[in-house]
Design a protein around this ligand. Structure first.
Ligand code: ZN
Length: 389
């Protein structure tokens, strides 16, 4: 038993899904296009690209992938943008004569995409581009949290003599700029204050409030928006996720593309099934679930998300026509619903019970990250559900 438990503990609740970064799925690109197209138009018309950008949006929305796309566009041999001196304003165009901003022809309007065929486009897609560098957070010594460290920026600085490669841009992607040590942040700040000509930095973070304000103030903001549930369902369909899972996972994902995919994975879906089984027959598995969910933050959030989704489903089911369960998943969910209804006698009482559970969940969610006894919080949550039997 001990061996089994250790094995289970080592496994994350929901495995990270590594997708090929490019090409960006069309649905994802089209969703973000209202935000990135004006930027591309601006670059094309002014022939001037800024040198620092902060891309924000909820986890799993495609920030990193969007930067790959923008970088591919910037470095594509089809888009021969001249390198603008980073400190100059767009008005500096006059230096090159009285060249008017080129009018956008219909052909250009439809050429929003990188060609995806030239050597530059291909090398970025393969992660081998010499003028595109991604800096990612590295695991700390304890292996728990990941941070961006100063050495990573020192080596960028040291490569300065290298300049812009063959007269083209050099692009740096700083993923998770909110996980930066103070020293790393200051090192990056120096680079942003005096960027070598042709260097462009893209920082990503869930929210700009999490990034050093001195860095934020130097960046142009690109705010990516959450996905609509219907778009997530289409993305799950494209990823060949079974029909049964699509609606639930799209609802659970709260606007995040990667999160929807993670929740639809066999592993996560199986865990959800197990949770439903536990709710159908809590006595046998309750303590095992308390142990599992109180071990890691990620698992705790998984449990709270799933239970919240279920409580809303159950509440809806009591509202439809009293005892109709058409909107429920079959199987264990139905068993749990029926049992609570029987114990509570009326749909109104059952609804009041699940509303009580939903309130508890909302409070539990606020404890994420607080130094509380996680086990007590999970016990409190799950025992409430189990008491209904
Ligand atoms: Zn190209």
């Amino acid at each position: 038993v001990t061996k089994e438990r250790t094995k289970e503990r080592a496994k994350p609740a929901v495995a990270e899904i590594l997708l090929p970064t490019l090409p960006l799925p069309e649905l994802v690109r089209n969703h973000h296009l209202p935000v990135i197209e004006p930027l591309l138009d601006q670059w094309r018309q002014t022939q001037n690209v800024g040198h620092a950008f902060l891309v924000t949006g909820v986890e799993g929305i495609g920030k990193r992938e969007t930067v790959y796309f923008l970088s591919q566009w910037l470095l594509c041999e089809k888009n021969s943008l001249p390198i603008s001196a980073a400190t100059e304003e767009p008005a500096a165009l006059g230096l090159f004569g009285s060249k008017p901003a080129p009018q956008k022809t219909s052909a250009e309007a439809s050429s929003t995409l990188p060609c995806n065929a030239c050597p530059s486009c291909r090398s970025i897609a393969q992660g081998q581009a010499i003028n595109f560098t991604e800096v990612r957070a590295e695991p700390s010594e304890s292996g728990r949290s990941q941070t961006l460290k100063i050495d990573q920026f020192r080596s960028i600085k040291e490569s300065q003599g290298f300049g812009a490669y063959q007269g083209r841009y050099r692009v740096f992607l700083i993923t998770d700029a909110d996980r930066m040590t103070g020293a790393a942040g200051n090192s990056l700040l120096k680079l942003l204050e005096e960027p070598p000509p042709g260097w462009i930095f893209f920082l990503t973070a869930a929210d700009s409030s999490l990034v050093l304000p001195t860095l934020v103030s130097r960046c142009q903001k690109i705010r990516l928006r959450p996905f609509a549930q219907i778009t997530l369902e289409s993305l799950l369909l494209e990823a060949e996720v079974p029909a049964l899972r699509r609606k639930t996972c799209a609802a659970l994902a709260q606007g995040s593309w990667k999160r929807a995919l993670r929740l639809a994975s066999d592993e996560a879906w199986l865990k959800r099934e197990e949770l439903l089984q536990m709710l159908a027959d809590p006595s046998s598995q309750l303590d095992r679930w308390v142990d599992w969910a109180s071990q890691e933050n990620e698992r705790f959030v998984f449990l709270v998300d799933q239970l919240e989704n279920l409580s809303h489903q159950f509440i809806r089911a009591t509202l439809v026509s009293g005892t109709s369960t058409q909107s429920l998943e079959k199987g264990a969910a139905q068993t749990h619903f029926d049992r609570v209804l029987k114990t509570k006698r009326t749909p109104e009482e059952a609804r009041a019970f699940w509303e009580h559970c939903a309130n508890k969940l909302a409070r539990a969610r606020q404890t994420v990250g607080l130094p509380l006894n996680r086990k007590l919080v999970v016990q409190d949550l799950l025992y409430a559900w189990a008491l209904a039997s």
